[in-house]
Design a binder for this molecule. Structure first.
Ligand code: SAM
Length: 280
């Protein structure tokens, strides 16, 4: 479809969408994102045959437009990710965090990990590979990695587990051989996650603002990296409190490298590199 350039989104319409987006997914859009939002929305409203941002806003709010609200979430969330993103954190996980966790679970042989805001799957698959590379962990262990996101489009890609060669550039070559199958798709070389790894992952749509309370498992390690960066203080505090309640005693919480719990919650101790341990 050929898209027309619509007139720029007005301040009033931008404020309407900004409030709606904050209420739905917690993202506080800065004013500098006004043009970008207008561009993203203009395509969608042309797909729907609507001619103004205001009409689109009211279309989304209709009770029968639940699906359109999901579409808006898919449009405005940022899916940037990569395998082993934040290499230093993965080093720390491999050298210290996972060995501690595995030791604690030596009898039970049961580990629960949650990648909240998993985007297109590179983060939970990286975690899964790392866990299976740990000494003393065998295929007989009961390991589940819950991978959730609010963006259903990203989740579809995550579930598919099929990546281009440039997307797997950060995967060590021995892991690539062990955990991926090389295929050709439409003349292009692609790498598909093997079933043996994929079956340890559970993919679900989960909006951190609305549905954390659906989770009942005690979790050993929660990843929430680069998800809450645009959330306000109160929202972060509430989500961290819910993470605290879900974590096992001495469970771990891993944030993005630029994120911190400073001034938000003191019931965690910082290990290093934005990885925290629940105090008791
Ligand atoms: C920048 S990506 C980070 C992906 C991965 N954690 C990483 O660090 O590579 C942020 C992800 O958070 C998701 N997200 C944003 N708001 C969310 C919310 N309220 N609930 C669940 N996921 C959310 C987005 O859809 C996106 O996939």
């Amino acid at each position: 479809m050929q898209y027309r350039i619509l007139s720029e989104i007005s301040e009033k319409d931008f404020d309407l969408f900004r409030s709606l987006i904050k209420k739905e997914v917690g993202i506080s859009l800065r004013h500098s994102k006004k043009k970008m939002l207008g561009l993203k929305l203009s395509r969608r409203l042309q797909d729907l045959g609507l001619s103004s941002y205001f009409d689109y806003y009211h279309y989304i709010l209709k009770p029968e437009s639940v699906k359109e609200l999901q579409c808006l979430v898919n449009i405005i969330t940022i899916d940037q990710t990569s395998f082993f993103r934040g290499e230093k954190q993965f080093e720390l996980l491999r050298e210290r965090v996972l060995p501690e966790l595995v030791q604690r679970k030596a009898e039970e042989k049961r580990i629960r990990i949650w990648s909240s805001g998993c985007s297109t799957g590179q983060e939970p698959y990286s975690l899964a590979m790392l866990v299976y590379e740990m000494d003393n962990v065998s295929i007989s262990w009961d390991i589940k990695i819950l991978a959730t996101d609010a963006n259903t489009q990203s989740l579809k890609i995550a579930y598919l587990g099929k990546y281009r060669a440039d997307q797997v550039a950060e995967v060590p070559s021995d892991y690539l051989i062990k955990y991926f199958r090389k295929e050709t798709s439409k003349g292009e070389e692609v790498f598909r996650i093997k079933k043996s790894l994929k079956q340890r992952l559970i993919f679900r749509r989960l909006n951190l603002l609305k549905s954390i309370n659906q989770l009942k498992w005690p979790i050993g390690l929660i990843f929430c990296r680069n998800v809450m960066i645009y959330f306000d203080f109160a929202t972060k505090k509430k989500i961290i409190d819910q993470f605290y309640n879900l974590l096992e005693p001495e469970g771990y919480l891993c944030l993005g490298l630029s994120e911190s719990l400073l001034g938000i919650d003191d019931r965690f101790s910082l290990i290093e590199r934005a990885i925290y341990r629940k105090k008791e």
